[in-house]
Design a protein. Structure first.
Length: 120
């Protein structure tokens, strides 16, 4: 009997030591993973810090070019009444649409007339 109990105790102790070893291994891996993640986060933060001045310079340059072009346009194109321009464009489009509609109606009438002559 005592041999059986010794074996059971030995098996339990072996399981416990295996669990402790596995726990230590997992803890070590987790610590390494956290350290790696922190290192990566630091690298990303450093890259962003390095790129920030470049990004800001590009943004300012783009804004300067936009303002320069806007000033050029204001010099080259005299100020106009935007509402009047749009109203004239809309009227021109409506006239074009009416002319197109009349043209289509005439073409359809001719077609119908030709079809009536052929079938009639």
């Amino acid at each position: 009997m005592s041999g059986c109990r010794r074996r059971q105790r030995a098996e339990k102790e072996h399981l416990r030591s295996s669990q402790r070893a596995a726990t230590k291994t997992l803890a070590r891996r987790l610590t390494n993973a956290n350290a790696s993640m922190e290192e990566i986060a630091n690298q990303v933060q450093q890259l962003r810090a390095d790129q920030a001045p470049t990004t800001e310079r590009l943004r300012r340059r783009h804004e300067d070019e936009r303002l320069e072009f806007q000033a050029y346009l204001e010099e080259e194109i005299p100020r106009t009444d935007v509402k009047r321009i749009y109203t004239n464009e809309i009227r021109a489009l409506l006239v074009t649409a009416e002319v197109s509609l009349q043209t289509l109606q005439v073409q359809n009438a001719r077609r119908l007339g030709l079809e009536e002559d052929i079938h009639g």
